[in-house]
Design a binder for this molecule. Sequence first.
Ligand code: NAD
Length: 293
Amino acid sequence: KSKKTAKAATKQIKRAGVLGAGIMGGGIAYQSAVKGVPIVMKDIRREALDLGLAEASKILGKGLERGKINQKVVAKTLTSITPTLNNSELADVDIIVEAVVENPKVKGSVLAEIEKVVAKDAIITSNTSTISIDKLAENLEDPSRFCGMHFFNPVHKMPLVEIIRGKHTSDETVAAVTAYALQMGKTPIVVNDCPGFLVNRVLFPYFAGFSKLLDDGIDFPGIDKVMEKEFGWPMGPAYLCDVVGLDTADHATHVMAEGFPTRMARDDNGAIAKLAAAERFGQKNGKGFYEYS
Ligand code: NAD
């Protein structure tokens, strides 16, 4: 008897939805749209939607200036992003990328809410930096259609996307999300679930080490200068924190400490926690380690 080898075809992503129009949501919307997958971008704040669209226009403007794209691409990309304050506009998307604040409770309720809005076979993903996918999956009725889809900042420049497989994630979900990442021009890697996944398990100990150097009295511009100019990294840790967002980094240190209590103990007196508490969130509000005009 011949073995049946026919596999279910990978789900095609024709229309996407992103929850949150911040640094990441705006970038994800741009990247999906520019690669030909229209996307609905939802936030709870009108200003965030405006900023997300402005960021997409800025990136397109630079592309136009450098002759990499033409006016037609600019217009097509911008009309492929539909900003909205209403979940109901996400009813017919094939995939959701959740990119709201790095807080398990907020993400949990946002995910539970959206599952009721989208079709039964729509895929739901989270762009969480650190929160366990299995933990987030507890908020969903069908966790088989859920996984992590972790982009990096700035989305339009960073090739990597971590696809995080939870214990209930189906093969079909992983295949469809991988295909969507490729469609977006990214390099997907599939990783197992744990707080911080792969990249942030490397990055957050680095931030913790940086913070300890500050405690020892070393000044941050000096550290940045060494890491950047002499060690050859594209940016030093203080500047990177400002790019990431001190509030997001601070939320993430809570999650990492909970997941790895001895290895990644949280330092409430560390520079990241203190700057976040002082609402110095980095580039997003013009002040972090450095000041921006
Ligand atoms: P951000 O603060 O720039 O944006 C978050 C957005 O979510 C805000 O615009 C806020 O209004 C919106 N929001 C809050 N509650 C919402 C809700 N209920 N529905 C819809 N929108 C809501 O944050 P960010 O840096 O874009 O981070 C978003 C997610 O991406 C986080 O999980 C973060 O860990 C992850 N991430 C961040 C980076 C980074 O470098 N900043 C990199 C990778 C992943």
